[in-house]
Write a protein that binds this ligand. Structure first.
Ligand code: GLU
Length: 553
């Protein structure tokens, strides 16, 4: 090779670099069973965690762990202009909070774990340089000094000529520049990008096999893509090949927006002399807009941001079970048949993932799943989770819950532990405040017009007597049956039928029926016409509060 070319390489990479052989030794093939999958999620830290990112992470993690493999979190932070500080940490923490555990990469305590790191691309510059240098030495890459203006001019020219745009074939002028021309540019202090010298021909076809998309014929890549930018960092495409090779990723599960790049990625692996991983491109989660479906969009939909679920207070488990449901629709049946088992026991199937039409996002479904999950929790668990949520999003609720912990737990236990049908009225922690407000005296209000309406059904005098008589027999220890019998007896004493049936049989005999008396009691105690079980509410409220409220009449 031309000595001057050595000089070019020395100028580009003055620092000593590990050789590709050294790197093979440093990052050896993993010692795993043949069926074990090594998967990764590779977010770019651009400000927030996308709901679809959690979906892809969950699927990748489950495949890895179900097969006895490894799940990696890699941070793709080579685009410094788009980077938002703190996102990598947010991603690591979110995965952990949602029970998606990565074996390697940044963990919840902001520490990197694993032997195949660093796991942040910006810290891997030296590794990429080794391969860029190697490709330069082999004549499979070249420095390109085309300016932004020149590239723009090329694009315009191609458009006018009706040609495909890009840097390829005879348009790739720096591909054939002499070593002297390169040295001259370098001596001027210009910083080149490094381009792949693509061996592809656009008229040739390459067959790609994707586990989800299937077998497809696509044109070969002939673009001399940039593999290293002028700032010395790699482009996504190049870093993907290097990282997934060195991290020994066996399966790349990622959004299908990357599917069109597959011919390029396969070409990069081949050029670098490596076996490519197996690919599974996920169809994106979709949303209805009018009568049309479209991709859940980070610009248009607040539900695309994981922070939305956190703020609304959906339990993490509900979000995960909802995603499992989107991934494999048989999850729902499995959950019904295995009510007590943790969702990590569910065997996620690749075959059952959507092939081309992504699953449809449905907030109502998430709400239903969430209600079921909250219904399965103990009062203690509801207390802990809602308090944790409130400490971040509703400090007055947090204060309320902490001021009288035992009262809060009694409230949460209404129709819960031991109930034949636990209550299913709460779907997220942000509903708690309104749900329990009437239990607290400072929040308790009797709507005057409702009260007036009620007094049209029962005169104030009768109401007073009914309440007095009921209180004289009621005991907070009464169980549901005792409570109801006492209510019926009191109602009967004042001319109210013990059931609606009885009342309907001869309405002339009664002033009304026991339901009306219960309605009165409920309203006076809670200010509402609909509540969970009233007997249980009274038990939670305790005698003093009951007396105070009923004496309000
Ligand atoms: N950094 C890429 C993204 O955020 C990852 C693509 C991949 O998984 O290969 O979309």
């Amino acid at each position: 090779m031309d000595n001057n070319y050595d000089l070019v390489i020395k100028k580009l990479f003055p620092e000593p670099l590990a050789s590709p052989e050294d790197l093979e030794i440093k990052y050896p093939p993993r010692k795993l069973a043949p069926e074990a999958m090594v998967t990764r999620v590779a977010p770019s830290p651009t400000g927030f965690v996308h709901f679809g990112g959690l979906y892809a992470s969950l699927i990748s993690e489950r495949f890895a762990h179900q097969s006895g493999g490894i799940f990696i979190l890699r941070i793709e932070d080579t685009d410094k202009k788009r980077e938002v500080a703190g996102t990598a940490e947010l991603f690591a923490k979110s995965l952990n909070q949602y029970g998606i555990f990565n074996d390697e990469g940044l963990n919840k305590d902001n520490k990197e774990i694993g032997d195949y790191g660093p796991y942040k691309q910006s810290e891997r510059a030296q590794i990429y340089h080794s391969y860029v240098k190697d490709l330069l030495l082999k004549g499979r890459a070249y420095p390109c000094f085309a300016s932004t203006e020149e590239l723009e001019e090329l694009r315009n020219r191609q458009e006018v000529m009706g040609e495909r745009s890009g840097y390829y074939g005879h348009f790739a002028v720096w591909r054939n520049k002499s070593v002297d021309e390169v040295l001259e540019a370098l001596d001027k202090g210009l910083k080149p990008v490094i381009r792949l010298k693509s061996p592809g021909n656009f008229n040739n076809k390459v067959i790609v096999n994707d586990l989800l998309v299937g077998r497809r014929e696509m044109p070969e890549n002939d673009q001399d893509i940039v593999i290293m930018k002028a700032d010395g960092l790699p482009t996504y495409h190049f870093a993907h090949a290097v990282d997934d090779h060195l991290m020994r990723t066996s399966h790349v599960v990622r959004g299908n927006e990357w599917f069109p790049s597959l011919p390029l990625h396969l070409q990069l692996f081949a050029t670098l002399g490596w076996e490519a991983p197996v690919y599974a491109h996920l169809a994106p989660i979709q949303k209805m807009e009018g009568v049309n479906k479209r991709k859940l969009s980070k610009r248009k939909d607040e539900e695309a941001n994981l922070a939305y679920y956190k703020k609304a207070g959906y339990p993490e488990e509900a979000v995960i079970e909802y995603l499992l449901n989107l991934a494999n629709s048989n999850f729902e049946d499995w959950r019904r048949e295995n009510a007590e088992i943790h969702n990590s026991e569910f065997k996620l199937s690749l075959k059952k993932l959507a092939k081309s039409n992504g699953p449809l996002f449905d907030l109502i479904k998430l709400t239903d799943i969430s209600k079921d999950i909250i219904a399965r929790l103990s009062a203690e668990e509801v207390y802990i989770s809602s308090l944790k949520w409130a400490q971040e999003f509703d400090t007055s609720l947090a204060k309320r819950l902490q001021t009288d912990e035992s009262y809060a737990k009694k409230i949460f236990n209404i129709e819960r532990e031991g109930a034949v049908k636990p209550r299913k009225d709460i779907s997220r922690w942000s509903e708690i405040s309104a749900e329990i407000s009437y239990f607290y005296d400072d929040n308790f209000i009797l709507d005057a017009s409702l009260k007036k309406e009620l007094m049209n059904e029962i005169s104030p005098e009768t109401a007073k007597l009914l309440i007095q008589d009921f209180l004289s027999v009621y005991n907070t220890q009464d169980n549901q049956e005792e409570w109801f019998n006492k209510l019926k007896d009191t109602a009967a004493k004042h001319g109210y039928a013990a059931s609606n049936k009885e009342y309907q049989a001869d309405t002339s005999k009664y002033k009304g029926q026991v339901g009306t008396v219960a309605k009165l009691l409920r309203f006076l105690l809670t200010g509402r016409l609909q509540t969970p079980n009233l007997c249980a509410i009274m038990q939670a409220m305790g005698e003093e509060r009951i007396m105070k409220r009923l004496n309000n009449l």
